[in-house]
Design a protein around this ligand. Structure first.
Ligand SMILES: C[S@@+](CC[C@H](N)C(=O)[O-])C[C@H]1O[C@@H](n2cnc3c(N)ncnc32)[C@H](O)[C@@H]1O
Length: 321
């Protein structure tokens, strides 16, 4: 197992899974090909209906085998396939959430326009499952800066940072601009994975992604001080991942607290850390002012905020092929 820690292995995940012992990883996040005829470099994304589902069953059972009793599995896909995944998972794990990640797609005609991906969240064992409540910043009107949600007479109860994250995620956008993307047809945003990692793991826990693509899960895990294991069929995607990983450090923090940044702002933090992180922010003394005032990192916060990127590089794990 130690040979696989903090590595992205090139190959078929079903073969690579055989090297991973039972109950040895904390979290699996899987974002498989959706069988929608996407143009991957190596993988043919066009299986027969039952062939695709049989293949999914094989790797989902492997995911469940390697997760610790305290661990979680997150499966990202379109709702159509998730309904089949759920019926398999219901027999082998404990349902926690169907997370709806809002992500508008092109209109398809004669149907409701698909506007979310699903992320199925199951615990290996609900009673032992590791889970952290997390918060995201209040949503505001772009023009007037007021909170979008009307809290009416309850403004004195506002949380300075923002609400607890629910099972509907509307604040994380798909990667649209080429300058933020690799040459990969369905790369996920890093801060989507950081939210999942913060919610389900602690420092040094192990996160496995059997369809690593260009390394989003591995990068999120590394930035947050977690360990990662990645499998990916395509050599070029592996190489792109290793290059990016070499430029990241475990440094997505304020003080000693792990948080997720996007465009220089904290976009997810853990509820249990807020009491300690609070001193790094300027917060209005009258909490009702949060309605129109955004909290900002104060001088101490700016000093204690680790950079999300460093210039120097560290040695890259050698290519396994
Ligand atoms: C939906 S993409 C994952 C993208 C990834 N989440 C990211 O953000 O970069 C699915 C990936 O699975 C890879 N893949 C397909 N079949 C595979 C297999 N049998 N074993 C490992 N990887 C595979 C594809 O090459 C593709 O990069």
């Amino acid at each position: 197992m130690s040979d696989y820690i903090n590595q992205i292995r090139q190959g078929d995940c079903l073969k690579l899974f055989k090297q991973i012992p039972d109950e040895s990883v904390d979290v699996v996040f899987a974002d498989p090909p959706f069988n929608l005829k996407k143009k991957y470099r190596t993988h043919h994304d066009d299986l027969e209906f039952q062939e695709y589902l049989d293949w999914c069953e094989e790797w989902i059972l492997e995911c469940l085998r390697v997760i610790k009793p305290t661990g979680s599995i997150f499966l990202h896909n379109i709702p159509r396939w998730l309904t089949y995944y759920a019926s398999l998972l219901n027999k082998n794990a404990d349902f926690r959430h169907w997370i709806s990640w809002e992500a508008p797609t092109a209109p398809m005609g004669k149907t409701l326009q698909p506007t979310h991906y699903g992320i199925l969240f199951y615990a290996k064992n609900a009673k032992q499952n590791k889970f952290n409540e997390i918060r995201y910043p209040h949503k505001r009107c772009r023009k007037c800066n007021y909170l979008l949600k009307d809290y009416g007479g309850k403004k004195h109860l506002l949380h300075p940072f923002g609400p607890l994250v629910t099972d509907v995620w509307t604040d994380i956008h798909r990667l649209r601009h080429n300058k933020y993307r690799d040459k990969h047809p369905c790369q996920l945003p890093i801060h989507l994975l950081e939210r999942i990692v913060l919610m389900s793991t602690d420092e040094n826990d192990v996160v496995l992604d059997p369809f690593s693509g260009t390394g989003t899960t591995a990068i999120a895990s590394k930035k947050l001080g977690r360990k990662f294991v990645g499998f990916e069929l395509d050599e070029e995607y592996v190489e792109a991942s290793l290059n990016k990983l070499s430029q990241e450090k475990p440094n997505s923090r304020i003080g000693e607290y792990w948080v997720s940044f996007h465009l220089d702002k904290v976009v997810t933090l853990r509820e249990k850390d807020w009491e300690s992180i609070e001193e790094f922010y300027s917060i209005p003394s009258n909490i009702k002012e949060i309605d129109f005032k955004r909290i900002k990192l104060n001088e101490k916060g700016k000093e204690c905020r680790c950079p999300s990127k460093v210039v120097e590089t560290e040695s890259v794990a050698s290519l396994p092929f």
